[in-house]
Design a protein around this ligand. Structure first.
Ligand code: HEC
Ligand code: HEC
Ligand code: HEC
Ligand code: HEC
Length: 342
C-alpha cells in the first residue's frame, strides 16, 4: 500500500502549530526534524532520495552496484529480523525513524542505529552519535550533506570506534532474529552478508570494509577479556586458608599467552583499589595461587596479556571497563583495548 497524500497530510497535522504566528518557526523546525526518518512520504526524500523506496524490488547496492534480487524491506525484516516489525516500526508503519523504534523482541528501541551504529560513539542522548561511522562512509563517498545536521559526519571532527566494535544489536540480538555477531564479517561465514556480494558493512566508515580493516586483522590484535561471554567463568575450585593455597580456573582470552592476577583489599573493591599482582600465572585456564597473608579479605581478577599488550580487566556491573593497575611495577605492559580480538 502506498498512500502518499495521506502520509503528507499526517505529517503536516502533527507538525503545524495552530497559532499562525508560530507557523514559520514550526515549519523550519519540522524541515530539520523530518530527516530523522527514512523518507518524507513513504517513497522519496531523505535517505530514499538515493537508496530509493525501502520496499522497491530489486534494490541495487550503493556500495558495490550489485542487485540484491529483493528489496531492502524484505531482506531486513525477513532475513535478519524474523518479521519483528517493532524493531523498526511504531504501530503506524510510516514514518520509520532511523534512530528510534519501540524495539523488537529483546531488542533495544534503536531502529537502524542498532546495526548501523555503535553505542560507544553515542553522545548520551538516545541514539544520537551512534551513526558517526555510517555518516563518515557517506562523507568519504562524496555525500557530505549529513554534516548540515550532524557535525560528526566529517572524519576530521570525530574518530568513530573501530570496525571490530560490535553494533548494539550484534552484541545483544534478542530472540528470533538472525543478526550478524561479528562486524569484521570474516570468511567463510560472512555473517554480514544477506544479499549480493560477500561484502558486509564498513561499520566505522573509514573506507575499509570488514577483515581488510586493520582493526579486524588478528595480526597485532590485543588480548580480549578473560572468561568473557561463552568462555569458562572465573572460579575458585579449591581453597586452604592455612596454607593460603587457592586453586582457580578461568577461560583464557583470545590471543593471550599469559595472565596476571590483580588483587586488593575487599573494602576497596568498588573503587578498584588494587594493592598487588601475581605475574606469569600461565595461560592454561588453571592456576594454584599461594596468595599473600595481607590483605586478609581481598578481591581479585585475572587479565590476559600477550608479548606486547595487556588485555581488559573486565567490566563493572554498570558496563564500563575496570581501570588497570597503574602501580604495576613488577610486570607492567601497556593496555590497548582498541585492537582487542573479540
Ligand atoms: C546523496 C545520496 C545518499 C543519501 C541521501 C543517503 N545515502 Fe546512504 N549511501 C549512499 C552511497 C553512495 C553509499 C555507498 C557508500 C558511499 O560511496 O558513500 C551509501 C551507503 C549506505 C549504507 C551502507 C553502509 C555500509 O557500511 O556499507 C547504508 C546502511 C546507508 N547508506 C544508509 C543510509 C541512510 C540511513 C540514509 C539516510 C539517513 C542515507 N543512507 C542517505 C548514498 C546516499
Ligand atoms: C529493518 C527495519 C524494518 C522492519 C523490521 C520492518 N520494516 Fe516496514 N518499513 C521499514 C522502512 C524503512 C519503511 C519505509 C518507510 C519510510 O519510507 O519512511 C517501511 C515501510 C513499511 C510499510 C509502508 C508504510 C507506508 O505507509 O508507506 C509497511 C506497511 C510496512 N513497512 C510494514 C512492515 C511490517 C508488517 C513489518 C513486520 C512484518 C515491517 N514493516 C518490518 C523498515 C522496516
Ligand atoms: C539487524 C541489523 C540491521 C538493522 C536493524 C538495519 N540494518 Fe540495514 N543492513 C544491515 C546489514 C547487515 C546490511 C548489509 C547486507 C548485505 O550486504 O548483504 C544492511 C544494508 C543496508 C543498506 C544497503 C547498503 C548498500 O549496500 O547499498 C541500507 C540502505 C540499509 N541497510 C538501511 C537500513 C535502514 C534505513 C534501517 C532501519 C530502517 C536498517 N538498515 C536497519 C543490517 C541492519
Ligand atoms: C536536516 C537535518 C539532517 C540531515 C541532513 C541528516 N540528518 Fe540524520 N538525523 C537528524 C535528526 C534531527 C535526527 C534525530 C536526532 C538525533 O539522533 O541526532 C537524526 C538521526 C540520525 C540517525 C540516528 C542517530 C544516530 O546517530 O545513530 C542516523 C543514523 C542518521 N541521522 C544518519 C544520517 C545520515 C547518514 C545522513 C546523511 C546521509 C543524515 N543523517 C543527514 C537530522 C538530519
Amino acid at each position: 500500500m502506498k498512500d502518499t497524500p495521506f502520509h503528507l497530510a499526517a505529517g503536516r497535522t502533527r507538525r503545524l502549530a495552530p497559532a499562525a504566528a508560530l507557523a514559520v518557526i514550526t515549519a523550519v523546525a519540522g524541515l530539520a526534524l523530518a530527516y530523522d526518518q527514512y523518507s518524507t512520504d513513504g517513497n522519496t526524500g531523505n535517505c530514499a532520495t538515493c537508496h530509493g523506496d525501502f520496499r522497491a524490488s530489486p534494490y541495487t547496492s550503493k556500495v558495490d552496484g550489485l542487485s540484491w534480487g529483493n528489496d531492502l524491506h524484505d531482506v531486513h525484516r525477513n532475513n535478519m529480523l524474523g518479521s519483528d516489525c517493532n524493531a523498526c516500526h511504531y504501530g503506524e508503519r510510516f514514518p520509520t525513524f532511523i534512530g528510534r523504534a519501540p524495539g523488537g523482541n529483546g531488542l533495544a528501541g534503536y531502529s537502524c542505529s542498532g546495526c548501523h551504529g555503535r553505542s560507544q560513539d553515542g553522545t548520551g542522548t538516545g541514539t544520537a552519535g551512534f551513526g558517526a561511522g555510517l555518516r563518515q562512509l557517506h562523507w568519504r563517498g562524496g555525500t557530505t550533506s549529513c554534516v548540515n545536521c550532524h557535525a560528526d559526519s566529517n572524519p576530521a571532527s570525530k574518530t568513530p570506534v573501530g570496525e571490530n566494535i560490535l553494533p548494539p544489536f550484534y552484541a545483544s540480538p534478542g530472540t528470533g532474529h538472525t543478526i550478524p555477531n561479528n562486524p569484521c564479517n570474516p570468511a567463510p561465514a560472512f555473517v554480514e552478508n544477506y544479499a549480493a556480494s560477500t561484502l558486509g558493512l564498513d561499520n566505522d566508515g573509514d573506507g575499509t570494509f570488514d577483515a581488510l580493516d586493520s582493526q579486524c586483522s588478528t595480526a597485532g590484535a590485543t588480548p580480549g577479556e578473560v572468561s568473557r561471554g561463552g568462555l569458562p567463568q572465573l572460579l575458585v575450585t579449591a581453597h586452604n586458608p592455612v596454607t593460603r593455597l587457592m586453586a582457580i580456573s578461568y577461560g583464557p582470552a583470545c590471543t593471550s599467552t599469559d595472565n596476571t592476577i590483580y588483587y586488593g583489599p575487599l573494602s576497596t573493591v568498588s573503587t578498584y583499589g588494587y594493592s598487588g599482582q601475581q605475574c606469569a600465572i600461565g595461560n592454561t585456564g588453571a592456576y594454584t595461587w599461594n596468595y599473600p597473608a595481607s590483605p586478609a579479605a581481598f578481591f581479585f581478577l585475572v587479565a590476559g596479556r600477550n608479548g606486547t599488550n595487556e588485555g581488559p580487566y573486565g567490566q563493572s556491573s554498570a558496563g564500563s571497563e575496570r581501570p588497570p593497575y597503574a602501580l604495576n611495577a613488577v610486570c607492567p605492559l601497556p593496555q590497548d583495548l582498541a585492537k582487542r580480538c573479540e
